[in-house]
Design a binder for this molecule. Sequence first.
Ligand code: BGP
Length: 467
Amino acid sequence: ELKPFPQDFLWSASTSAYQVEGAWDEDGRGPIAIDLKKDLPEGTSDYKVAADQYHRYKEDIALMAELGFRAHRFSIAWSRIIPDGDGEINPKGIEYYHNFIDELLAQNIEPIVTMFHFDTPIALDEKGGWASRTTTDAFVRYAEVLFKEYGSKVKYWLTINEQNMMILHGHKLGIITTTSDDPDKELYQINHNMFLAQAKTMAMLHQMHPEAKIGPAPNISYVYPASSKPEDVIAADNYNAVRNWLYLDLAVRGEYNTLAWAYLEEHGWAPTIEEGDLEILKSARPDFIAFNYYNTTTMADAPLGGGASERSEDADQQIAEGEEGYFKAVSNPHLQMTDFGWEIDPVGMRMTYRAIWDRYRLPLIVTENGLGAFDQLTDDGRVHDDYRIEYLRKHLEQTQEAITDGVEILGYSPWTAIDVVSTHQGVAKRYGFIYVNRDEFDLKDLARYRKDSFFWYQQLIQTNELP
Ligand code: BGP
């Protein structure tokens, strides 16, 4: 017998500022690296207009209310609040998010705010980016502005979206800027600095708004060994440390994972730790763990000289790579793939819930999960996305299994509330419950249409049961 979803479960859906807002140079917004990204995959659009939500947020929130969202996860664009990252505050940016949050609250939708989703103000990159403590300090100041402005309205805060994916793949995706000729070493310094920023920010929120809650939002997913061969199991365990626990151990326990630290030292990538850093890290006290889940990874042994794959240049954030002497990603023959080559693994999601819960005993919120697909708008103004319903249903069945296993789960916020521009594949790869009428380069009328999944999710939320 499965346990029901809790009565106050946060049924939600997610977006991020640069992917949904557009209005990239309006009302004083400062530029971010992604605006100027030159190496977009061929045939994909940029983020300048995106879904144009900046101009249409009232219409979008009305649709979210019609669907029945109890919460909505979105991100605040740092460069709208402080255009150059650490200088003047932009009143227009402050006002936009007051309006956005007030509109959500008026519709009884709980805001879940990501403070930073891949969008470092370019002016900070020019001063050395996250490798420099100028950016750490700037983030803490930005956080203070957010908590002062919105802290009495917003109960759920997320510090940094997918910090682990930024460190593992971000410089290849153009979402994090590195300058040195040893990018990995620099990236692990960036990682360290981001954790300092987060620890300080968590303490600050608790002090300013004791009733509010805050947590990290990495991408966490279970790692399988390719077989029961002990060397495969070690490879999976090592990758688990480097991909998952390095990040959550720092965010939750404020300490470096031993296996991951050994891996960093062996490579010469261990960050410089200044006096007082370890105490700051130790002060981290998240109230919950938010995580994004798309798929699992399967790892095999990769003996030295055995011709393991190189760290692949075209890997995206969900397709893991290999490293000779450590681990080698292999495809899992038991899993199907999306149209975009991501494995689909609902049972792996249950395993992920259990693994995080067992390790940390903190409540969990899913802040991303979803199916990127080529949706077709039909003549009747609908999108028949039964494949998406199927995907979500299976992941929610496993969520209910995890609840029944005893895991405390506060909410589910799939990617995305409304179609946005994908991090890799432009507009063609859609995730939303709401369709946005535009193509890669033809903006059409940007009108909104309800997909079949919209009505399915609506029914689920109304009844609190899987239809
Ligand atoms: C996550 C990011 C999101 C989103 C999602 C889907 O890594 O946090 O911003 O982009 O992945 O990825 P994609 O758009 O590449 O399909």
